[in-house]
Design a protein around this ligand. Structure first.
Ligand code: 4NP
Length: 161
């Protein structure tokens, strides 16, 4: 598991329209409902640039809305600056993690981790599967995985404070 001292987190997937904006909104909701509200910053980005400027996928927005959450995010691509701007970069799947490792500057400050590594009930190496092109049920599944991992991530970050 990654550093527990992070105060800024960047969630990363491929397109930044399905999983990582969902993870960002879910984690923000968990933080804001905790005693650590206002103490942890978060954002999301994609390893690819195909959807830059777009709002999250309609199914991501729908699932968030059903849970009382919103996202004003516009898709953006990960930059090398993100490795110094954020304490922790959290990848949704192994391919995202490998892509981040491939572009990480030598002096990167950020720690890299898989999101589900913070869910203590998830098997080692578990991923948040890509729901792109799948029906709404896949997005509900992503939400459930994000919620468990987000709670674990907040516990990890705050346990040493
Ligand atoms: P995401 O899903 O990485 O969770 O945002 C995807 C969105 C778009 C594409 C792939 C995955 N795409 O190939 O355009």
């Amino acid at each position: 598991m990654a550093s527990s001292r992070a105060s800024s987190v960047l969630f990363v997937c491929l397109g930044n329209i399905c999983r990582s904006p969902m993870a960002e909104a879910v984690f923000r909701g968990v933080v804001e409902g905790s005693p650590f509200a206002g103490e942890i910053q978060c954002d999301s980005a994609g390893t690819a640039g195909h959807h830059v400027g777009e709002r999250p996928h309609a199914s991501t927005l729908r699932v968030l809305r059903e849970r009382g959450l919103v996202s004003a995010h516009r898709a953006r691509q990960v930059t090398r600056d993100d490795f110094s701007r954020f304490d922790l970069l959290v990848a949704m799947d192994q391919a995202n993690l490998a892509d981040l490792r491939a572009i990480a500057p030598g002096n990167a400050r950020a720690t890299l981790a898989l999101f589900r590594s913070f869910d203590l009930e998830a098997p080692a190496g578990a991923e948040v599967p890509d729901p792109w092109g799948h029906p709404i049920g896949a997005f509900h599944e992503v939400y459930m995985l994000c919620e468990r991992a987000a709670r674990g991530l907040l516990r990890s970050i705050t346990s040493s404070r």
